[in-house]
Design a protein around this ligand. Structure first.
Ligand code: NDP
Ligand code: PMR
Length: 398
């Protein structure tokens, strides 16, 4: 079905019988796809796929688990610890997934949400518009496209004296139609600079605060995505994520004396976003390997579903914004509303049954969570270690 839709749209696409794809995309492409034998489509119900298409998909096992409503109070020995509200920082909580999660978690009455946003007034208005009670949130300024701002945010938060129990790295930008790269304050390509490097510095600076938390469960969550995982159908839509040997990142990602792309290639806004999501998922795993045992912090990532109506697609062409929601709703069935996605992220923040560290969570069509499998690249330990080291240098930590 997905392929039929694709062919209705202004893209040129052909798939060989063997299942190998040969995809040519015109400049005007709205949707494009390449499907191969190893591709796993998590979100298309089998009944909706043609026999021919099914043959080409190797559907992997799905481990579902029942998810209970967010619940903080644990055994009586933990009672003392649960007297206070949990504190969760959510970056980019002024719209979309971040706002919906802020609302869902604040509504439990057990959490105070620090909305870490670049536009203070917008965040205040957003919190009011969805009805988050005044006592349950604080807006703090954070511009992830400036490392100076990230440092200031971390300092202000530390000075506030609030314990930190959960940090959610959620904010992101996506520039699918940009012909030229744009850059952060320190000169890094803007999507990787914001989505990965800004969050990388933020997480490193706040790790000690998380360590010191006496809350029953402390967590660092970095939002990932299916489109960065080339073991899925969505991840095989060109341009595919690929960090290569990180040569562009190593040389500074500045577009002057180095490529603005992590792999050292030509600028491609859609690829830069997908690469940044691979970085997010690799970073979560590297945090897990380095710090989980020592600190007890749960490190997790997730794909919340395709939230096709968020402002993430604000830079896309109008035709895409018009067709993308129905395409995801009726054809791929990967669509999820902001409210539902917000509940999913809220589970990863607070549900005791989602406390395993090092996991990339996804949800099946019954909205049950399961531990998903990351692509080869998004789970490459050597790459994760290198990414950690290079990113540390770029943000001034190493
Ligand atoms: P939105 O555009 O609605 O939300 C992104 C948020 O990030 C906004 O609050 C935005 O602020 C904020 N932001 C952008 N740049 C900065 C910056 N420099 N400093 C601080 N905040 C910034 O998109 P979504 O809700 O869709 O995206 C949220 C997360 O979900 C992202 O990590 C995305 O990759 C992920 N995701 C989204 C999917 C989808 O289908 N939409 C699917 C899978 C993952 P402002 O309001 O000021 O613009
Ligand atoms: Mg995709 C199982 C099918 C599936 C899912 C779950 C997504 C999610 N997409 C799927 C399939 C397809 N997409 C197919 C078959 C096509 C070709 C017709 C297709 C195309 C497509 C485009 C052009 N899809 C896109 C784009 C975007 O610009 C979005 C993107 O890549 O943003 C980086 C996108 C997405 N598809 C998704 C999701 C979740 C996105 C966007 C957001 C993200 O990964 O963060």
């Amino acid at each position: 079905m997905a392929l039929q839709a694709a062919t209705l749209l202004p893209s040129a696409l052909s798939i060989h019988k063997e299942g190998k794809s040969n995809v040519a995309l015109k400049e005007t492409t709205v949707f494009g796809v390449s499907v191969s034998n190893y591709v796993k489509a998590d979100f298309i119900p089998s009944s909706k796929l043609s026999k021919n298409f099914k043959r080409r998909l190797a559907l992997g096992p799905v481990r579902a688990q029942t998810v209970s409503a967010p619940e903080i109070n644990q055994a009586s020995s933990e009672e003392k610890k649960t007297l206070r509200k949990g504190n969760v920082i959510i970056t980019g909580a002024s719209s979309g997934l971040g706002l919906a999660a802020a609302k869902a978690i604040a509504e439990t009455g057990k959490w105070h949400v620090i909305m870490a946003c670049r536009n203070f007034l917008k965040a205040e208005k957003a919190a009011k518009s969805v009805g988050i009670a005044k006592d349950n949130y604080t807006v703090m300024h954070l511009d992830l496209a400036s490392l100076e701002s990230v440092r200031q945010f971390a300092d202000s938060f530390k000075r506030s004296g609030r314990p930190l129990d959960v940090l959610v790295c959620n904010a992101a930008v996506y520039f699918p139609t940009a012909k030229e790269p744009t850059f952060t304050a320190e000169g890094f390509e803007l999507s990787v600079g914001t989505n990965h490097l800004g969050h990388f510095l933020l997480s490193r600076l706040l790790l000690d605060d998380l360590k010191q938390s006496d809350y029953p469960q402390k967590r660092l969550i970095i939002v990932g995505s299916i489109t960065g995982n080339t073991n899925t159908l969505a991840g095989n839509v060109p341009p595919k994520a690929n960090l290569g040997d990180l040569r562009g990142l190593t040389s500074g990602l500045n577009g002057r004396d180095s490529s603005p792309m992590i792999d050292g290639g030509e600028f491609d806004g859609a690829k830069a976003y997908k690469d940044s999501k691979v970085c997010n998922m690799l970073t979560m795993q590297e945090f897990h390997r380095r710090f989980h045992e020592e600190t007890g912090i749960t490190f997790a990532s997730l794909y919340p579903g395709c939230i096709a109506e968020t402002a993430l697609f604000r830079e896309h062409i109008p035709l895409f914004r018009l067709l993308f929601p129905p395409f995801q709703k009726y054809i791929t069935k990967g669509y999820v509303s902001e409210v539902e996605a917000g509940k999913r992220l809220a589970q990863v923040i607070s549900d005791p049954s989602l406390s395993k560290s090092g996991v990339y969570w996804s949800w099946n069509k019954n909205s049950s969570s399961f531990e998903n499998t990351l692509s080869k690249e998004a789970s490459n330990e050597e790459k994760a270690r290198k990414l950690w080291e290079v990113s540390g240098k770029l943000v001034g930590l190493a």
